[in-house]
Write a protein that binds this ligand. Sequence first.
Ligand SMILES: [Zn+2]
Length: 141
Amino acid sequence: MATRQATIRKELEAQAARLRAELAELARGSRPSGIGQRPIDGGDVVDQASASANREQSRFRVAMLDQRLEQVINALQRLDDGTYGTCEVCGEKISDDRLEVLPTATLCVTDREGLEHGVGGGARPQPVSAVGAGQGGRRHG
Ligand SMILES: [Zn+2]
């Protein structure tokens, strides 16, 4: 039991390290130039044209990696708490098979499917785009 979790922890920590490294790499490449310029490492000359073309792509990638990193960190915290492997919704044990496939799983299969398909009593109706365009806090660069 304990050894199994130790294996999972190692796996998750390795994943977190990989994700962080990739995020750091992307952050370096997508930093906006112009304001507060700093010499980075010195060596490679950044091709500005392709950098801006890649920015959209990398921003999307950063968001994705960020989300995954969050899930991994969350799973590590759950290992510490001793709540790892139990469903966040119903508190049931998540099957070992499922955790092997998806170590960051926080929901049992039933609740997961309930969320995805909107089946079951627990599903709340999501407010669909009631927020106006004026309120978006996101910057478009
Ligand atoms: Zn559940």
